[in-house]
Design a protein around this ligand. Structure first.
Ligand code: HEM
Ligand SMILES: *[C@@H]1O[C@H](CO)[C@@H](O)[C@H](O)[C@H]1NC(C)=O
Ligand SMILES: *[C@@H]1O[C@H](CO)[C@@H](O)[C@H](O)[C@H]1NC(C)=O
Length: 449
């Protein structure tokens, strides 16, 4: 395992404001120390691309020991090689399947609808907290078809306990915290395993229907003899994978939505354009009487611009950590064997040579960027290459549905708040807003509340 200790890292966690390192004084790829650990930082889009693509499996994920302990040795997030590839393919295929998209669109619409209705009845909503309940509900539905209720509540409590250990800065990781988190993980797996066992009995009869959730997908794979060396405890294996899959979506989704609300609150012109586009669609839909589908939401081009611009500026995952298994030369830079590399996304997303006025929230810039030759490699909120986030399309759908309902049914005023980016991206005051239902004036009267 390549889990040498090093400091505040990785994956879904920030390491502070990179601009403080003044990267360009040293060139786009440079060596530095982060809390005593030597590391190579790449702020170059092309170098990042090579690291992400990882041809020949030169780079492996590099996580601190405490994180690896929590995740387990076979976690999708830390494994490398054929098992990672197989799992990645399986999970991506499921998350992008038309069957799931159709089903999950209805589920997301329902959750968002109920959530927003409850917001409009509260005097003050702390978006960052409230939105988490909703995204967790959707995630659990997606993974194992559990609906709101007692099981979901217990699951949420245990998961929160578990995740606390992952968010801690490992260098100051107290033993009791790790212990509590490991305990919580055990209970989580127990709850999940109950679901998996029940399903295992039920699936024997109906294997021809498309998979409804991630439990179905993984169960079928182990039943088909996939991942052969995990066969000894297939149900433990599946339960563990489900718990792991709760990790990457849990923090990122709510943060993306919260920051979208923040950026829109601060940019009334962009908000007005968003309302216009979404109202237009809503009227068209209510005329035709048809339900929304995946492609309807994706066809809202300004909404997609807003999502891209939010992800660019939010840098929820501001880079990924890897360790080189052999000497690698990229664009003339040598990365020696055994060194850790941080492929920094935030440096590219905030590079003024790539994004003019990078600190300005400007959704329209995506109309100009579209079609530029290197635009893909300069925009990597979901990573890329071998480990490209399998939740990419789903995340965009979820944010689109949330924004659509929010701006077509409500208006809001936000209290003053600011974004903090260390150790994770958050709102200092959890983004307090007041939500009011509105009947938007339009040629056709549309109102549904
Ligand atoms: C806005 C929301 C999200 C962002 C910004 C995001 C970002 C990322 C990034 C950057 C990676 C690559 C990490 C690396 O290369 O080491 C990743 C991996 C992953 N993400 Fe997401 N993610 C989001 C939502 C989700 C959701 C909703 C799910 C699940 C339903 C998910 C599941 C995963 C999984 C399973 C991996 C690991 C893939 C692998 O290593 O093969 N993500 N995500
Ligand atoms: C979604 O709905 C639109 C309009 O109702 C239709 O043209 C399109 O084919 C549908 N797409 C899918 C993937 O079902
Ligand atoms: C958003 O970014 C993605 C990834 O680079 C790109 O494919 C897409 O075209 C962008 N969307 C818009 C509306 O510009």
């Amino acid at each position: 395992m390549y889990n040498d200790t090093f400091s505040d890292s990785l994956f879904h966690f920030s390491y502070g404001n990179l601009s403080a390192c003044k990267p360009y004084r040293y060139g786009k790829v440079f060596k530095t120390n982060i809390i005593g650990t030597p590391i190579i930082i790449s702020t170059d889009a092309e170098v990042n691309k090579v690291v992400l693509q990882n041809h020949g499996n030169t780079f492996v994920p590099a996580y601190p020991k405490s994180i690896t302990e929590l995740l387990g040795e076979n976690s999708i997030l830390s494994i490398n090689g054929p098992h990672q590839k197989r799992l990645h393919t399986l999970v991506s295929a499921f998350l992008r399947s038309p069957h799931l998209k159709e089903r999950i669109t209805r589920d997301i619409e329902a959750s968002v609808g109920l959530t927003l209705t409850s917001w409009s009845q509260l005097p003050l909503v702390h978006v960052q907290d409230e939105i988490k309940k909703m995204t967790f509900e959707i995630l659990v539905k997606l993974l194992m078809s559990i609906s709101p209720g007692e099981d979901l509540d217990i699951l949420k409590l245990e998961f929160e306990e578990f995740i606390k250990g992952l968010i801690c800065i490992p260098i100051r990781f107290p033993g009791t915290r790790l212990y509590k988190s490991l305990k919580a993980k055990e209970s989580l797996i127990k709850i999940v395993k109950k679901v998996v066992e029940e399903r295992q009995e039920a699936t024997i009869e109906r294997t021809n229907s498309p998979a409804n959730d991630a439990v179905d997908v993984l169960l079928r794979d182990v039943n088909d003899g996939g991942g052969s060396d995990k066969q000894s405890q297939p149900l433990d294996f599946v339960s563990g994978k489900i718990v792991e899959m709760m990790i990457p979506g849990e923090e990122t989704m709510p943060t993306a939505m919260t920051l979208a609300v923040k950026f829109l609150s601060d940019n009334p012109v962009a908000l007005a354009k968003l309302v216009e586009e979404n109202m237009e669609m809503k009227m068209r839909k209510s005329e035709s009487g048809k339900e929304y589908n995946w492609s309807d939401y994706m066809s809202l081009s300004f909404t997609q611009n807003v999502i891209n611009e939010t992800l660019r500026m939010a840098n929820i995952i501001n880079g990924v950590w890897r360790k080189a298994l052999k000497d690698v030369e990229i664009k003339g830079y040598l990365i020696p064997k055994g060194w850790c590399v941080l492929a920094s996304f935030i440096s590219v997303h905030m590079d003024e040579d790539i994004y003019e006025n990078p600190y300005q929230f400007d959704p329209w810039r995506w109309d100009r960027i579209n079609g530029m030759s290197n635009s893909n490699i300069c925009f990597t909120p979901f990573g890329g290459g071998q480990r490209l986030c399998p939740g990419l399309e789903l995340s965009k759908l979820e944010i689109s549905i949330f924004l659509h309902q929010l701006v077509t049914r409500y208006s809001w005023t936000a209290e003053k708040d600011e974004i903090v980016s260390f150790p994770t991206v958050k709102m200092k005051r959890r983004l307090p807003i007041r939500v009011t239902p509105v009947e938007r004036t339009s040629p056709i009267s549309v109102e549904d509340h």
